[in-house]
Design a protein around this ligand. Sequence first.
Ligand code: ADP
Ligand code: MG
Length: 503
Amino acid sequence: MGRVVVGVAVSVAVAACAVAAVVVGRRVKSRRKWRRVVGLLRELQENCETTVGRLKQVVDAMAVEMHAGLASEGGSKLKMLLTFVDNLPNGSEKGTYYALDLGGTNVRVLRVQLGGRMSSILDKDVERQPIPQDLMTSTSEDLFDFIASLLKEFIEREGDSPESLLDRRRELGFTFSFPVKQLSVSSGILIKWTKGFAIRDMVGKEVAGCLEQAVTRKGLNMRVAVLVNDSVGTLALGHYHDADTVAAVIIGTGTNACYLERIDAIIKCQGLLTTSGGMVVNMEWGNFWSSHLPRSSYDIDLDADSPNPNDQGFEKMISGMYLGDIVRRVILRMSEETDIFGPVSSKLLVPFILGTPLLAKMHEDDSPELTEVGRILREKLEIPDAPLKVRKLVVKVCDVVTRRAARLAAAGIAGILKKIGRDGSGGITGGRSRSDNRMRRTVVAIEGGLYTSYTMFREYLHEALTEILGEEIAQHVILKVTEDGSGIGAALLAASHSRVQLL
Ligand code: ADP
Ligand code: MG
């Protein structure tokens, strides 16, 4: 009897030890797993590090590359394209003008009625549509026919009779947000596609002509008065409202910037004369590159998998098209190397499945249980039941990726300010003597869904700009959102470059 009791007691003890061993084993395993994930997060943080010191190196590199791009054709990855826009709207423009804004995600059709005095926009009408995905890789005819149809429907809604579609000639500003070699202010050749567009037959073609042919096919009488980039349109509207506006930055699907340069600083086109002594230069800064840029293995993989490897390096770290996908790649790696997300979800293998607006939603989830993060993981990525600890980790990843993007964009802006002597470092300020180092009020117009709709991104950008410039200088630099600026600005430029005064 006694032996039986002892036997049972021993068996229980053995079983308890076994259970304990399993539990401890699991804990050790789980701790090891967690350590691995934390290691991956640390590695990401280190590779995305943007200390002020590093940002200042990026600022300097940006200014140096700007000089190089202005000195000679092909002198830098920064193309520093001439726009032939030598006068910005000043508020005296008058009449009704149209614009078509082809971005990376949306296309907008606009009509503005200008009062002719003191920057008054009497009326404006904006219609926005997403660009159908299939048209981004179709033929130029398909794309332009689609755009021309939108224009026609827009104008038909004005209530004119069909005859007057042809009778009345309309002047249009065309905002085409891809790298273009301008031939004049109203014509230019597509250099290459960016932001996922890939219509082969279009590269090398004259862009305004393609649109004019398509609108003529639709029976419209319309002239492309100016062909501009979105940043140039944004600068035009910024300047229309505030004459201290010297540069414009786009942070949407893609990213780009332009600024007003002195003509004698554009060395690559010596002999070019403008009445104003200046010209807007389209930097195409999405293609900026410097060894000082903090780069992770995820960026390298994203670039290699893209249709344009070794191209648009700055854009791929900053803009809305890519941020979500960098985060997806980090989560995928964490999921492959540990099982903290459960079995690897096949959704994690789908490129661009996690759009930047979803990244923003997760990042800005301030609920105690991170319910929005849980919902997006479950519904979009098919990762059910991620514990709170894991959801917190995802938020951290979003933070690292967004913070780096915003801070690099700030360094880019500071680079422009440095180039034009508005960073407080004592450059010549608009004709004042060098001894007068007082910083002039400097406005940078900004547009793009990433900047306007993503609060954390915006805050990180502002914070970094102040860190780079210092509080004193930063208070003279104003970042101003110009709503629909890229389109309205193109209509304004159409007005200032119009051959006829339209009422
Ligand atoms: P486009 O680049 O086509 O001119 P927008 O300037 O409107 O268009 O920018 C759209 C891009 O902005 C989207 O592709 C997306 O990446 C980003 N975006 C839009 N809304 C948000 C948001 N709420 N949070 C973060 N990013 C956003
Ligand atoms: Mg746009």
